[in-house]
Design a protein around this ligand. Structure first.
Ligand code: NAD
Length: 332
């Protein structure tokens, strides 16, 4: 297998690359990543030393580059995206550019090359909020924020390339991931880094928003199953059995960081904040998907990683204030 991974220097993509470098049938992996504020080559160490891995610093919006790379690979896993919901409220154009147009450029190049499988990595947020029940893969997409809308657009574009051009596309829609190496803008590392720094953490609104939490390694195992065995044109939900309100998550993180509720303040809810996401994962289970990580153990291990690696997140907290989503727009 010659595998092209976009966004492989980001949080989930880097875990996936490290997993696949170890697979005997993987001949070569190329990571294509623009190294925006969210990308970091350190996430790929020590796999970067492997002769099986090359890194290309480039943008998925660059049609010549992606055409060249598609010709050299037979499988693609597409993680690259602007991924932070809050940024999408004030920089929605960057989300439309990378997530929608960037995905379309990759699909276009892939449909003209000899690609045996193109896995597009999507999210449970495309389904929008569900007050009761759980979304199966054929549930309507009702995204409510620009991030989720841009992911829904790219998700549907990917599926349309399967029907229109016969490109063997699979889509994965996963719930919230956690684990080592996540950028401290996201809720778990933000809470953990603040608590370890002696700061307070903030809960939006009443703290009753429900999210499903999936260890990043379990998501990567699911993406690998879909890459190897997913049927072209199909969507696979990837979640865990663990749904928590934000208050419940906060309680677990306070315990894991040896802190108490005096470190928590409440702030008004953001302008859009879906109350609950929930998915059924029976299709992925049919491929052998079975999340292995228990949340409490996974959180303890994650907190331990942030405790041992302040050099990996403290500079990002300082730099983040000055930077925004960084994408070289090329709309020609
Ligand atoms: P991330 O923000 O940590 O990483 C994104 C990576 O993409 C970075 O390395 C960045 O440099 C790269 N990138 C951004 N724009 C690019 C461009 N134009 N060209 C090339 N590279 C570019 O994101 P993540 O949390 O690892 O998420 C990966 C994927 O999984 C995304 O598609 C996201 O929507 C999806 N997803 C994430 C979660 C989650 O909980 N993190 C949940 C469900 C789905």
């Amino acid at each position: 297998m010659r595998l092209l991974v976009t966004g492989g220097a980001g949080f989930i993509g880097s875990h996936f690359v490290k997993r696949m470098v170890a697979a005997a049938d993987v001949e070569h992996i190329t990571v294509l990543d623009a190294l925006t504020y969210a990308g970091n080559l350190d996430n790929l160490r020590p796999a970067l030393d492997s002769p099986k891995l090359s890194f290309v610093h480039g943008n998925i919006l660059d049609p010549e580059l992606v055409t060249t790379l598609m010709a050299e690979h037979d499988q693609v896993v597409h993680f690259a995206a602007e991924s932070h919901v809050d940024h999408s409220f004030y920089q929605a154009g960057a989300f439309a550019a990378t997530n929608v147009l960037g995905t379309q450029r990759l699909l276009d190049a892939a449909s003209k090359a000899d690609i045996a499988k193109f896995v597009h990595v999507s999210t449970d947020e495309v389904y929008g909020p569900l007050l009761v029940g759980a979304a199966a893969e054929d549930a309507p997409l009702r995204p409510t924020v620009p991030y989720a809308a841009s992911k829904a657009a790219s998700d549907l574009l990917a599926l349309s390339y399967s029907i229109t051009f016969g490109l063997p596309v699979c889509v994965t829609r996963s719930s919230n991931n956690y684990g080592p190496n996540q950028h401290p803008e996201k809720v778990i590392p933000r809470f953990v880094s603040s608590l370890l720094d002696g700061d307070k953490v903030t809960i939006h609104g009443h703290g009753q928003h429900v999210r499903n939490w999936l260890h990043v390694e379990d998501n990567c195992a699911g993406v690998e199953l879909v890459l190897r065995g997913g049927l072209p044109g199909e969507v696979y939900n990837l979640g865990s059995g663990t749904d928590l309100t934000n208050r419940e998550l906060t309680a677990l993180l306070l315990t894991a960081c040896d802190a108490d509720w005096s470190r928590v303040t409440y702030v008004p809810d953001r302008q859009a904040n879906d109350l609950r996401y929930a998915m059924e994962c029976t299709k992925a289970e049919g491929l052998g998907y079975k999340p292995q990580r228990n949340l409490q153990e996974g959180l303890a291990e994650t907190v331990d990683w942030y405790r041992r690696n302040p050099d990996r997140w403290a500079p990002l907290l300082r730099n983040r204030a000055a930077a925004g989503p960084h994408v070289a727009l090329n709309l020609e």
